[in-house]
Ligand binder design. Structure first.
Ligand code: AMP
Ligand code: MG
Length: 636
């Protein structure tokens, strides 16, 4: 096969039109009611019976003839004779005559002769007679047969998506089998680098995210996913997998191998077996997308990058599924929101992944295309061609992914188990981006973060306020947090008594911009000074100084696995990992909060928990509150 170059890119509008013209005929299958949720009902559903099927009581009380109660009042109750009792589900027949009453439970059938129910609260029963203190009118507390659903009534319209409410209605008319439309959508993940989740990850391998993400997206549209698993980048294997899927499915999706790279042959296979309708849509992310027809099976090659694959699925595959099933898209809610920061675009049409926090929109695009982009994103905005910049404050429409709950607060900065505890105790949903203190300061100054989590020390041992002063930030406050023991983390096999012992051992450092790394730098400086050495010389003798691990936990993982001898981090992490710990310093972990947010409920809640005694008690070992905890500093 020849290698192909991209031809003209199809415009988004043309691609949408193309997709709208594709329809597949779904099959109709009958599913047990337990499995029907999420599917699309294939026929109008008519009720074969009245619900309820008999007149029944809606209260616990007494079945009576209404006219016998008309004279009843609080001071002058009337007296009736009780002749029996009818529990729910009772099949015996009863009769209520003049001057009589029968005790009746909620849901039990109304006996012949009775035309109302007096609720038990309006009565008093003695040995065999009943006092009634309030009159009832005819039909009071009775649900007539067919009130809920009349026999012959249409209870569900064809093409309705079956949810909990629909299942309830179907069950209440006695349906145990439900005719649904079945549209089988196959998904093949291509890539020699892919490993099935649950299996061991080899060198240069990544887990297959697309089979499952796309599978779930198919289900959200009402389709039936069929996951074929991973196929290596081998033309023959891909061809075989595609043949099987095309024979078994109504629509076939592949992921990966769509760009015109050397090993990327998906589209050539589609071309050879059927017809390519488009290869390459003028949109980002996910330009490399193939839409083709093999026989009468739409075959679509999604890009490998998980964010792109999902965006392209939502944009160009979901409509085919919806149109074929005859349903309206329902799960993609659009919300109007305001740009929290500006977004720069390449001047071409883009589907830009964004996070939405309290109505503010933030870019979630790390362009690298890592899966974290996807987990940090709540939806996408559509950027039109020729738009190069969307300003902060601009109103945009966000198409949400599935039914995501967007977070309450955006926290950027250092990682700490204390923050996890704050999230748990406030009951709020945090979006925490663990990018280190420096990134926290940047994010708070640009308005991306609501709270920056910081532990940045300066050469005088002052925490955080000197950075704020240097950055000249006046629209924020510094909320003092808590103190954390920081020190050396190592396995019990090593004998380490201080920083001096680390020389010649293999060290794992934290990422640049992390406050913990800055603290280690300070400690190294102090040690060097004591020895009459320069700090640079000292650093040179530390093996692994240039490494950069992103969290305390990952430092512990590296120590635990034996890859390195020693790390630097908080006691809480060392203890959780069962490692040895020697304290070297205590840091101050603080929160920088935007002034204009101080009064909102979420921040008030955050501050209240931070200042609470319970929070202080529940902090893990090595983290403690002190007299400054929760105090607000507003000038630096
Ligand atoms: P491709 O379209 O095959 O060039 O893949 C683009 C990028 O997405 C590469 O970095 C792949 O490793 C990655 N990728 C491809 N398929 C998957 C998948 N199923 N799950 C996660 N990542 C993938
Ligand atoms: Mg690939």
């Amino acid at each position: 096969m020849e290698r192909k170059e991209f031809r003209e890119l199809t415009s988004v509008e043309d691609a949408r039109e193309l997709v709208d013209s594709i329809r597949v005929q779904p099959e109709i299958t009958v599913l047990p009611i337990e499995e029907a949720a999420g599917h699309i009902i294939a026929e109008d559903m008519l009720s074969g019976l009245d619900v309820p099927a008999f007149n029944r009581s809606v209260k616990d009380g007494y079945a009576v003839r209404a006219k016998d109660t008309y004279q009843a009042s609080e001071p002058e109750p009337i007296e009736l004779k009780v002749t029996g009792a009818i529990p729910a589900g009772c099949e015996d027949s009863f009769f209520v005559g003049d001057g009589e009453a029968i005790e009746i439970s909620t849901g039990a059938p109304i006996p012949d002769g009775a035309d109302a129910v007096v609720m038990v609260e309006s009565t008093k029963q003695t040995s065999d007679s009943l006092l009634i203190y309030q009159p009832v009118h005819i039909n009071e507390n009775i649900m007539r047969a067919g009130t809920d659903i009349m026999k012959g009534e249409r209870i569900l319209r064809k093409n309705t998506r079956i949810g909990s409410r629909e299942i309830g209605v179907l069950a209440s008319i006695g349906m145990d089998k439900v005719p649904v439309k079945e549209l089988v959508v196959g998904i093949i993940s291509t890539g020699s680098e892919l490993i099935r989740p649950g299996e061991k990850l080899g060198i240069s391998k990544i887990y297959d995210a697309n089979s499952y993400a796309i599978g779930a997206a198919i289900e959200e549209c009402g389709g039936t996913p069929r996951i074929y698993g991973i196929v290596r980048d081998d033309e023959k294997l891909m061809e075989e997998a595609l043949d099987i899927a095309i024979a078994e499915c109504d629509i076939v999706l592949t992921s990966g191998s769509t760009s015109a790279g050397a090993g990327d042959i998906m589209y050539m296979i589609i071309e050879e077996k059927g017809e390519t309708l488009t290869h390459g849509i003028a949109i980002k992310p996910g330009k490399p997308v193939v839409i083709g027809m093999v026989g009468n099976v739409p075959t679509i090659g999604l890009p490998g990058n998980p964010t792109s694959a999902l965006s392209i699925f939502n944009e160009f595959v979901a409509p085919i599924i919806y149109n074929s099933l005859g349903v309206k898209p329902s799960f993609r809610t659009k919300v109007t929101a305001v740009m929290g920061t500006g977004i720069r675009s390449g001047g071409r049409e883009e589907l830009f992944p964004v996070g939405v926090v309290r109505g503010k929109v933030y870019p979630a695009d790390k362009t690298s295309g890592a899966i974290t982009t996807l987990s940090d994103a709540d939806g996408i905005i559509e950027i039109r061609a020729h738009t190069e910049y969307i300003e902060p404050g601009a109103v945009v429409e966000v198409t949400m992914f599935g039914n995501v709950r967007s977070p309450d607060l955006m926290l950027v900065g250092g990682q700490c188990p204390g923050v996890d505890l704050l999230e748990e105790m406030t009951g709020l949903t945090f979006r925490t981006l663990n990018m280190g203190s420096s990134a926290g300061f940047t994010a708070i100054s640009s308005g991306t973060a609501d709270i920056a989590c910081v532990n940045m020390v300066d050469s005088d041992g002052n925490y955080n306020s000197s950075v704020l002063k240097r950055m000249n930030l006046d629209n924020v406050v510094l909320v003092k947090g808590y103190r954390r023991e920081q020190g050396l983390i190592f396995s019990p096999d090593n004998h380490i008594y201080g920083l001096e012992d680390v020389i010649n051992l293999q060290l794992i450092n934290r990422n640049r911009g992390s406050g913990t790394r800055a603290l280690l730098d300070r400690e190294i400086g102090l040690l060097a000074e004591g020895k009459g050495l320069s700090k640079t010389e000292m650093i040179k003798s530390l093996k692994g100084y240039n490494s950069g691990s992103k969290t305390h936990r990952s430092v512990c993982d590296a120590v635990k696995s034996g890859k390195v001898d020693v790390g630097f981090g908080i006691r809480a992490a060392a203890e959780e990992a069962g490692l040895e710990f020697i304290p070297l310093a205590e840091d101050e972990f603080d929160f920088v909060i935007r002034k204009d947010l101080l009064q909102i409920d979420e921040i008030q809640n955050f501050l209240a928990v931070l200042r609470s005694e319970e929070f202080s008690k529940r902090l893990p070992a090595g983290i403690s509150t002190y007299e400054m905890t929760g105090s607000i500093i507003s000038s630096f």
